[in-house]
Design a binder for this molecule. Structure first.
Ligand SMILES: [Fe+2]
Length: 254
């Protein structure tokens, strides 16, 4: 049984497990793409930058099919709906700057999407429909000693999508940015407010493509605020977050 299925979360080293000829070059392309991520319009004061696109994984072919963007004032946006579990944006519809097509075609990104997909587990009848994949590129960056950048939401939480994976792209001059995994019942709390026995693990991802995944209904998770460690350089923590959910079919009885 996989660790994800067994414990509700798993920690990975995808630079090791996906290793192929050219992985460094593909990683460098992703890394440099993070340099110019647009500011997160929904949280400009929080030192957060992001792009987002949605795809389908087709269960028979295993192909990744990217969904179309909305064009507005010369920019491409991807629509985003997050369920009821994000207390900062309950049931909200948002639009994010989408991920450019050359990066969508990045071989390493595709391999990561498929590696995560193969970790997820579903009822047999659910896999008749495509699995929806949300790909977020998120960078937290802090220039000033007194500032901090926070993830959303800033507490132990569940996302509402059945599975979420986080892949570290870069961690530079960062203090903080720790991860915690807890039981579902501690959602809404800070890790330090929680009884130690209710936290499964407290850890840090620091190397490129160190990653973790959660079975959302089985655990809650948390990422701590990012601050500058030392010196003049900005603190940067960049991750690719990927969530997986079913095609939702309307319930005609309701
Ligand atoms: Fe989350």
């Amino acid at each position: 049984m996989s660790q994800l299925k067994d414990k509700g979360y798993a920690i990975y080293d995808y630079m090791e497990s996906l290793r192929y000829d050219g992985i460094e070059k593909d990683y460098e392309a992703l890394l440099s793409y993070f340099e110019n991520l647009p500011i997160d319009d929904y949280a400009p004061e929080l030192n957060r930058y992001r792009r987002y696109s949605r795809a389908l994984v087709l269960p028979t072919s295993g192909n990744i099919e990217w969904l179309p963007d909305v064009k507005r004032e010369g920019n491409e946006y991807a629509a985003y709906f997050q369920g009821k579990f994000n207390p900062e944006h309950p049931g909200s519809y948002r639009e994010f700057h989408s991920i450019d097509s050359d990066i969508r075609d990045n071989k390493l990104l595709k391999k990561i999407i498929m590696a995560n997909y193969h970790e997820t587990f579903w009822q047999k009848e659910d896999k008749i429909m495509p699995i929806h994949v949300g790909v977020h590129f998120v960078k937290l960056m802090v220039d000033n000693d007194e500032d901090k950048a926070v993830s959303s939401p800033d507490c132990l939480h569940q996302d509402g999508e059945p599975f979420t994976f986080a892949h570290l792209i870069e961690r530079r001059n960062v203090k903080g940015g720790m991860n915690a995994i807890g039981i579902p019942e501690v959602r809404g709390k800070q890790p330090e407010e929680v009884d130690k026995k209710d936290l499964h693990e407290f850890f840090e991802i620091s190397k490129p493509l160190e990653s973790y995944g959660v079975d959302d209904s089985a655990v809650s998770h948390y990422v701590g605020p990012v601050m500058k460690d030392s010196g003049d350089d900005s603190a940067v923590r960049s991750v690719i977050l990927i969530d997986y959910q079913l095609t939702v079919v309307a319930d005609m009885d309701e």
